[in-house]
Design a protein around this ligand. Sequence first.
Ligand code: PAF
Length: 280
Amino acid sequence: MKIVESIAGLRDVVRLKRRSGARIGFVPTMGYLHAGHLSLVSASRSAADYTIASIYVNPTQFALGEDLSRYPRDPGGDRAKLEAAGCDLLYMPAQEEIYPEGYGTFVDVEGVTARYEGAFRPDHFRGVATIVAKLFMIVAPEVAVFGQKDAQQVAVVRRMIADLHFDIELLVCPTMRDPDGLAMSSRNVYLSANEREEALSISRGLRAAKNAIESGASIQDAENMLRRAISPAFAVDYADIINAATFQPAVSLNDPLLAVFAGRIGSTRLIDNMPVGAGR
Ligand code: PAF
C-alpha cells in the first residue's frame, strides 16, 4: 500500500491510475479504524479498481470543548489494517496543506442540517462538508463510500454532491455492530465497562422501535418505546423517529423512517440509528 501525504503526490498517482482506465474509490476516515471502516474499504474495492482511504482528524468539525485533542489515534495499527484490507493508497494529509494560514472558504449545507446533530453540534456539518468537499477535489474519485452509522452526515454529503455537481457516486454501507448490538465507533474506546453495558440499551431501543413500527404501531408509540428503552444513565439529546430523506420529524408511516439516537454517558457522546418500516 502506497502512503502519500502531499496533494501533488496524490494527484500524480490518481492521474496515472485514471490514464490506465482505473475507476477510483475513496473512503474518507478520521482513523482509529474498526471493522466498520474496513467494510467501507471492501465496498470500495468491489465498486472500483483502485481504493484510496484517507486518515485526517478534521479540526473544523469539532466544537471548542469537544474531543479533538483526545480523539483516539493509532496510525501504525491503521496502516496495517488498511494494508490487510487491500486498500491501495493511504492519504494522510498534512495539516498545513489542508488549512493553510489565511484559509477562509467553507461549505454550508442547509436544510438537512437544521435539526438533530446539526442542532446539537452547530458547526459540525460545516466542518464535515468543507473537508469532504476538499477531499473530493483532491482525490477526484468516481465512487465515495460512507457508513450509515453517521446517517445525517450521509444526507449532508448526498445534498452537497448534488448541489455542487460533484460527479461522484455515493455508496452507503450498513452500520457494523459488535455481537451484543453496540454500533462500532472509534469513540467506544472512551467507554468504561459499565458505560458500555448501559450503551447496549441504544440498539435495544432502536430495535424495539423498528419492531413496533413493523407490527403496526404509530410513530408516537414507537418513539415512546425507544425512549423508554434507553438507560437513565444517558443524558439524551434526541431519541426520535424521523424522515431519513429530510432529517425532519416523521409525519407519516409512508415516510422513509429512521429511528435515531444521540446522548451522552459520562464524558462520551454516542449516536446510532436504524432504518425502520418503509425506510428499511
Ligand atoms: O465520518 C468521519 O469519519 C468524518 O466525519 C469524515 C467523513 C472523515 C470527515 O472528516
